[in-house]
Each structure stands twice: as C-alpha cells, then as structure tokens.
Design a binder for this molecule. Structure first.
Ligand code: F6P
Length: 532
C-alpha cells in the first residue's frame, strides 16, 4: 500500500503546474463523471487525470471484500465488536444474520410500529391532553439530532405534519428558546438517544418533563423514546408502546434511517419517509454492483483522498446550492470527522498518511458573500463540493432557481479558470487606470484559478434523492475508511472530554478542591467568582 501512496504522490508531482483546464479534451466532461438513478457526480474540474484515476482505483481494491462483509452482518466494527448494519434499516426486504439470528423481522416490526404511531399522531387519533399534537420536540444530540434535523429541513416542501423542533445543546438557552410559547398540552416530546445516558439529552429531557408536568396530568403519556436501551427509557417513565428500539449495530451518526428518523416520519408522513429509505437502498444497490470506476461512492471517496491525502489540501467545503440543505454540512461534519478523524489503523498501527479532512460549508449563494473570498484568492486551495438540484420546489419562483443554478456553475468555472494578470489589467485599463496604479490594482484582481471542485447534480430534492445523497456520503466515508485502514464506526475520541466534564462540574459548584491543570483551575475559579 505504501508503494501505491508513493506512486500517487509521484504522479501528482509529475503534473507540475499543469492547469486543470488543460486536461479537458473532447470527452473529459462526460468521461470524468458518474451517474446513477438521476444523480450525476462530475469530478472533471479536478486534477484527476486518467493516470491518477487508475492509481486511485488500485487503492480501492480492498473495498469490495470489506463492503460485502459489512452488508453480510460481519462484525467489521472490530474495536467495539459490532456489526455495521444501518443499511438493513433502509432495505426492509430479505434477511441478514447477526450472531446466528435474522435481524430483519425485528427491523420490519419496528418500522411497522413507527408507521402506525406516526399515522396516529398525524391523523389525530393519538392526541395530547389538549387535543391534536401541534408540535413535536426531538431532544437528542450528535447522530440523534443532526440526521433528523438535517432531513426535516431538507424535506420542508413535503412537510404536512405537526411542527417539528430540535433541542440538542445542554445550554439551557436551547430548550428555553424552543419551548417558549409552545403549548405543553399539544406537544409530543421525543427523547432520542441510542444509549439513553448522554448527559446533554438526559438533562434536556428532564427539563422538558418538568415543563410538561407543570400543566399536563400525565406528562409521560406525551413522551416517546428512541433508543437501544429500552429499560432506561422505562425508568424514565416512558411506556413500552412508545419506545422504539434499535440494535447496537446501528451507529449513532448512521441512525436516521430507523427510529431516530421518527421526527422526519411525523413531519412528512410514512410514505415520503419510505421514499427516503428507497433512495438510500437504491444507492446501496448501486454501491454493491457498479464497477469501481462507475461507482458513485467509490469515485466520491477517491476524489476526497486525492485532494486531502495526495494534494495535501487540509479542508473540504461542502456547498449545497439549496437552502433546505442548510444543515447538510453540519451533518457531514459528524459523519466524516467522527468516522475518519483517527490516528491509528484498525490493527493499532499509525496511519501511513493523514486522516480525514476538516469538513465545513454553508449553502450558496450565502457563502459567496461571506467566505468565498478566501476560496478564490486565499493562499491555500479548498476543494469545493457543490450540490445542486436542476429544479426547485417553487414553480412560481423558477427565476430564483435559474439564478441559483447559474451562480453554482459560475463558481466552479471561476475557481477553475480564474482571471489572469493580463485580463485583470485589461479590466483596469477599461476603467481608465494607468501606470503604477493600474499595475497595483490589477494584481488585487487576479484569480489564480486551477482550484478543484466537484458538482453533485440531482433532478430535484425529493425524499428519494435525499436518501440517495445521505447513503452516498455514508458509503463514501466507508470507502475512505477502508482505504485508510480505519475503523469508521467507533468514536473513542469523544470520551476524554466527557469524562473530564464530569470532574470539572463539582469544581464549578464549589464541591471540590482545584485538582486540574493550573489553567483549568484558574478559569474555574474565575467563573465561580463571576457567578458570585
Ligand atoms: O459523543 C458522541 C456520540 O456518542 C455520538 O457518536 C452520538 O451520535 C452522540 O454522542 C449521541 O449519543 P446518544 O444517541 O447515545 O445520545
């Protein structure tokens, strides 16, 4: 493997300062793209040439066996001794065996219970003390928040259920702002936590219950739990018929497809939710069968590896030209950085290359008026992943959508082509500048160009397309993880801070003597003093 990494590095060096534009022949725009089920991934505006692609595809050689092991229910999450089967939540057909048992009957039963419950809430046959449920509050954090929050916003044009709200932060401002003005008697609270022990979620759940208990006789009756820990949900006072369980082979950040997606099902209805699942299942089928060079998750992953591990660009911007995908970058931050932000390989050895990149982003066109300056003229290239739908959901506002799409394409063109000094000088001359001032001003208007970007194009942001996109990114993370030799399904890096927070808390309450590092002790003392 190391030899292959070296060959890729050499290939990159051999490209010298060739601009991306020079790679375009008559066929590149169609040869360097992958399509499936209405989705197109264009990676032609990158420095990946035919030679680089061949080498990258060699890197992907171990993926097929690992992928088949994952779908077969083998315990590929080796550091936690678990199977990885979120894929089973979106393909309800067939059977998958874990520890000698077919897990699919259980998956189908839970899905059927969710469907019944969501239908009852939506048609009013399940009501609160004050009548029909008007508001749903999902309390969760990380994967128990980001997936459903991202998907509910993405599907806003399909939303015909109760209003849906999300509370995640332990900062009391989050729940206070959310519950303000809401009627407890017509509110349904969902406590979403795989473990049912996460301190932020349990603190918020208790606050929500106290809020409801102040005016509702049986607050527990308006609570739902989504968890692998049914007994803990029962201890919290939530009746078994409103506990929707799942198994430990569903990772938190991969869990939107099952019970953790209940808020989405309530918002858009079971039929649209099933379309979302169908999109995910279609992407899985493509991932399992398409040849690597025509495989969307594989090529998306290889493009990421090329930019980060080979070209050395430290970050990756995800830029959806779709306001309803506003939360997608945050969702992808957890998916990608919690999965592949690791320094040792599965076998405990140091990674031979750097781990996953920093992922960030905001929707276009907003970002254009904020941080694109750096993307165009900063000293460090930022590979950009544009996401765009050909059609919006507002037929009366089609002219908005054309402008949106024009901006998206214009940005990727501008990044690649840039503007030369001669072009900048001509512009300044046309404005009447001359001499030293012309030279000085022209230099500020040069765009170096040759900055890579990819474009993911869909027909329209439907539930099916959203399912495809989410599954695409999940499988991309999987492919990158396999190539790096990482276990993408554990998250030990979140533990230390959690443990220390429990020890700092008594210090802030004045119940413990300073026993931390000098800076932490001093800051805690200052906080206590400020709080009086
Ligand atoms: O702290 C990280 C994490 O474990 C994530 O992986 C997970 O999505 C989140 O916390 C929430 O966990 P839970 O669903 O168990 O409350």
């Amino acid at each position: 493997m190391t030899a292959l990494w070296n060959r890729l590095q050499d290939h990159r060096k051999g490209q010298g300062s060739t601009p991306i534009e020079a790679l375009f022949d008559a066929n590149r725009a169609t040869d360097f793209r992958v399509q499936t089920d209405g989705l197109t991934f264009d990676y032609s505006k990158t420095m990946i040439d035919a030679g680089a692609r061949d080498l990258l595809l060699e890197l992907a050689a171990p993926v097929a066996a690992r992928r088949d092991a994952m779908f077969a229910g083998e315990k590929i999450n080796e550091t936690e001794g678990r199977a990885v089967l979120h894929t089973a939540l979106r393909n309800l057909e067939g059977s998958v065996t874990v520890d000698g048992q077919d897990v699919m009957p259980g998956v189908r039963e839970t899905h059927a219970r969710m469907t019944r419950f969501a239908s009852q809430v939506r048609d009013g046959s399940f009501a609160g003390q004050g009548g029909r449920i008007t508001d749903v509050v999902n309390i969760g954090i990380g994967g128990s928040d980001l997936g459903p929050a991202m998907a509910v916003l993405a599907m806003a044009s399909y939303h015909d259920g109760p209003r849906t709200h999300f509370v995640s932060n332990v900062d009391g401002a989050d729940i206070a702002d959310t519950l303000k003005g809401m009627d407890p008697a017509t509110t349904l609270v969902i406590v979403a936590s795989k473990t049912f022990t996460t301190i932020e979620t349990m603190t918020n759940a208790q606050t929500a219950r106290d809020w409801m208990a102040a005016s509702v006789t049986d607050p527990g009756a308006q609570f739902v739990a989504l968890s692998t820990a049914a007994a803990k949900a029962a201890d919290f006072g939530i009746a078994a018929e409103r506990v929707f369980g799942f198994e430990d082979w569903v990772g938190g950040r991969y869990s939107v497809w099952g019970p953790i997606g209940l808020s989405l099902m309530l918002a858009v209805g079971p039929e649209a939710f099933d379309q979302f699942l169908a999109g995910g299942a279609a992407m899985d089928a493509h991932f399992r069968t398409a040849a690597p060079a025509q495989n969307l998750p594989v090529m998306l992953a290889l493009t990421g590896i090329w930019h980060h591990q080979i070209c050395g660009y430290p970050t990756r911007a995800v830029l959806p030209y779709d306001n309803r995908l506003m939360r997608l970058p945050a969702y992808l931050q957890q998916l990608e950085m919690e999965s592949n932000g690791k320094r040792v390989a599965m076998d405990g050895s140091d990674l031979p290359v750097v781990s996953g990149p920093v992922v960030w982003g905001e929707p276009g066109t907003n970002g254009q008026h904020a941080f694109y300056q750096l993307i165009h003229q900063g000293t460090m290239p930022v590979p950009c992943e544009f996401i765009l739908a050909a059609r919006g959901h507002e037929p009366d506002l089609a002219h908005h959508h054309i402008l949106l799409a024009a901006n998206c394409l214009a940005q990727s063109e501008a990044l690649m082509r840039g503007r030369s000094l001669d072009e900048a000088r001509a512009l300044m001359e046309a404005k009447g500048l001359e001499g030293v001032e012309l030279d000085r001003q022209a230099r500020h208007r040069v765009f170096p160009g040759n900055r890579p970007s990819t474009t993911l194009l869909m027909e329209q942001l439907t539930p099916f397309a959203l399912g495809q996109i989410v599954a695409l990114y999940e499988q991309r993370v999987f492919v990158e993880g396999v190539i790096l030799g990482i276990n993408s399904f554990d998250q030990w890096g979140v533990e230390l801070g959690k443990e220390l927070a429990l020890k700092v808390e008594p210090l802030l309450k004045g119940q413990d003597a300073p026993c931390h590092d000098a800076s932490t002790n001093a800051l805690a003392a200052l906080i206590r003093q400020m709080r009086g």
